[in-house]
Design a protein around this ligand. Structure first.
Ligand code: T1G
Length: 667
């Protein structure tokens, strides 16, 4: 710890490499600094303990404040340290030390406080925040629970219902909500924060210290508490952490606080080593890795202000809504005035729905509507810096549009195709400057699904790729780069997984057994149920188009064809892999008969499949296809493949994705 000589302007006191302090008018102002988000590292824990010990005995210090450097207060414990053994002082030791301080400790919350960062402020005696601050205990999103007193301190400030909701879901709330719930005591505008803080400190030095764990739980209706707990359990869908969060938060009402804190810590340490936590940590870092591309580091994104969207149907309208939210001016294009009007209405309706649900303010709604136009005149797209085409996924339709765009937009306008199955290189080859063509494969509904496969075509220029990634970020998309192959990353793996599931039907499994195994593993819905919801006819039409080109010696499962030949096209037609009396999915014995007939034709003796067999076989096929994508250079990283399957195909995040799961099944 170093201090200043009396003659000079006081230098900050350095309690550790990450905690410094300045003493002004008897107040020790502490700042924690661990850029970029002040993740609570060992250096922060050590520095805080040093500072609190020093303040306790210093006659010239009457109060302590804590703030974060930069725009964050603290983003929680340093996740990078989780694979290391815990080191003293632990965070619960620090929060206990803060709360036990005999001089007032005031949280001067300059920005986002998440996880352990929020637990630090909960242990302080008073909490004043800037208006823009955000709060959350997102540990369950990492397969954990708060491990530094949050489960016991939060309910004492907000009540059990709010605490169960926040800790069980990991949601982030605003400063206004935090004030309303009792999580903080005061909000101040940023430009008057220093004065407000000074006043708050003076008040705190004149009042009895309010220690959070000494507070009584606010009285609440037992049914409301139970309902809040039940809601978390139902949504947990097989994940351990949310259920454990409910169990530990509930101890606030039944155990002495020190016993409850001990149980919280033991549970946190156990969960931290769990497969679920390891998988979710993998996904956390994979998402951040996906946005890093060393090979593109020297290229600068072009400025994009106006985005044209050719085709404003289901996909195009969703893309338009995402792009409007990203602050772009949108020019939609349809071939006829009626279609243009319908497209405009579709986009407007989506925006109105967001406004009515409170996700869009009235000002934002009006601003976005003012940024939207949809025309039947293709020359309207000449103003676009980027055109995304989302017309019918047919080669002739898209080729015709590409040629018309080529004669309309600027030579440097980027043209992005949303195709799912066509070869973007073949589309690019039809226009001048093919290096400006890129794939942007959105997932429906495009304004909701985070995933975006950015297809790096054979001739895509690096600058075009960088620009597309920049636009993807503004559209709030999780972008993964992939090369050109049929189905790119997601659909290619999904096709392999679907094929394997159908072969399992021939081998002895039944659709509802496979779906049950997938749902038990963590998928929200089984493959065949999803199949029925999407409809079987489009895939059937594709198989019939390709039938003449199919290798007759390659294994082929006719079961899906037999369903379509029998008019079983899925939920819309009242029956597919299941039957849907009054729209309710039910197992259909006729499907068993149909499958058994195919087995007999192929002289297959059916065998029993356990749920474990089913999952292992499907995971294995997905991982094998993933390895091929890596060896072909289509996917850059195994973790990108995991992100695509999690964010585009419902693979349970708490299993880490097919590549992670297959690797850990081997371990
Ligand atoms: N630990 C370590 N690194 C972190 C981190 C953390 N908690 N949070 C972010 N980073 C890194 C991230 O990997 C990236 O690194 C950089 O910071 C910028 O992050 C005891 C145990 C805070 C909302 O779950 O939600 O506290 O890629 O790109 O978009 O009860 O980061 O630059 O090398 O995400 O502005 C609980 C996790 C931990 C919050 C900022 N806390 N972080 O988003 O930046 S568990 C969390 C986030 C805990 C206690 C328990 C977000 C953010 P790099 P970024 P951003």
């Amino acid at each position: 710890m170093s201090t200043h000589s009396p003659s000079e302007k006081p230098n900050p006191i350095l309690y550790s490499s990450a905690v410094s302090g300045m003493i002004e008018d008897g107040i020790l102002h502490l700042t924690i600094a661990n850029p970029p988000v002040n993740a609570i590292s060992a250096a922060i824990r050590e520095g805080l303990m040093q500072a609190l010990d020093q303040a306790e005995i210093a006659a010239d210090i009457h109060a302590i404040t804590m703030s974060g450097a930069g725009k964050f207060f603290a983003a929680g414990a340093d996740i990078k340290e989780f694979d290391l053994p815990p080191s003293d002082p632990t965070l619960p030791q620090v929060t206990a030390r803060i709360e036990a301080a005999t001089k007032p400790v005031i949280a001067a919350i300059n920005g986002t406080a998440l996880g352990g960062g929020c637990e630090i402020i909960l242990a302080c005696h008073y909490r004043i925040a800037v208006e823009s601050a955000k709060f959350g205990l997102p540990e369950v999103k990492l397969g954990l629970i708060p491990g530094a007193g949050g489960t016991q301190r939060l309910p004492r400030l907000t009540g059990m219902v709010t605490a169960l909701d926040m800790i069980g879901t990991g949601k982030t709330i605003t400063a206004a909500q935090a004030l309303e719930y009792g999580l903080i005591d005061q909000i101040s505008a940023a430009d008057s924060f220093a004065n407000a803080l000074r006043q708050a400190v003076i008040t705190c030095t004149k009042t009895i210290i309010r220690r959070t764990t000494a507070l009584e739980l606010p009285a609440e209706n037992a049914n409301d508490i139970q309902a809040a707990a039940d809601k978390i359990i139902v949504k947990a869908r097989g994940r351990t952490a949310p259920a454990e969060a409910v169990r530990i938060v509930s101890l606030a009402a039944t155990l002495p606080v020190n016993e409850a804190l001990a149980e919280e810590r033991a549970t946190f340490l156990r969960l931290r080593q769990s497969d679920e936590a390891k998988a979710l940590r993998h996904v956390f870092f994979a998402e951040r890795e996906a946005g890093k591309h060393e090979a593109l580091a020297d290229y600068t994104a072009r400025k994009v202000s106006v985005i044209g969207i050719a085709g404003t149907g289901l996909m195009g309208s969703g893309i338009a809504v995402a792009a409007l939210a990203g602050g772009y001016k949108i020019i939609g294009y349809e071939q006829t005035a009626d279609a243009a009007a319908a497209g405009h209405a579709r986009i407007t309706a989506l925006l109105q729905k967001q406004f009515q649900s409170g996700r869009l303010s009235e000002a934002a709604l009006n601003n976005q509507l003012a940024n939207l136009s949809v025309s039947a005149d293709i020359t309207a797209l000449s103003a676009a810096d980027l055109v995304i085409e989302a017309v019918f996924d047919d080669y002739n339709v898209k080729s015709d549009l590409f040629r018309r765009l080529d004669g309309t937009v600027r030579a440097d306008t980027i043209i992005a195709t949303n195709t799912s199955y066509l070869n973007p290189d073949e589309l690019a080859a039809q226009i001048s400057n093919p290096e400006r063509v890129v794939g942007m494969h959105f997932f429906s509904p495009a304004h909701i699904m985070r995933l975006l496969e950015v297809v790096n075509c054979a001739r895509t220029a690096a600058e075009v790729l960088v620009t597309t990634l920049e636009v993807a970020k503004k559209l709030n998309k999780l972008a993964t780069i992939c090369g050109v192959c049929e189905g790119f990353i997601g659909n290619r793996i999904f096709s392999a997984y679907r094929r394997e599931a159908e072969f399992m039907l021939e081998q002895g499994a039944l659709p509802h057994e496979i779906d049950a195994a997938l749902e038990d593993y963590g998928f929200a819905m089984g493959l065949f149920a999803v199949y029925d919801m999407a409809g079987l006819e489009i895939a059937w039409a594709k198989r019939r188009r390709e039938a003449s080109m199919r290798d007759p010696s390659a294994p082929y499962c006719q079961i899906a064809d037999r369903l379509c030949e029998a008019g079983r096209f899925g939920q819309k037609s009242g029956k597919g892999w299941y039957i849907y009396p009054q729209g309710k999915r039910q197992i259909d014995p006729d499907i068993t008969v149909l499958i058994e007939a195919v087995r007999t034709e192929k002289n297959i003796t059916p065998r029993r499949f356990t749920a474990h067999n089913i999952i292992s076989q499907l995971l294995n096929v997905m991982a094998l296809e993933g390895e091929k994508l890596l060896s072909e250079g289509i996917a850059a990283r195994a973790s990108d493949i995991d992100l695509v399957l999690i964010n585009g195909y419902g693979f349970p995040a708490h299993k880490g994705g097919p590549m992670f799961a297959a690797q850990h099944n081997k371990d």
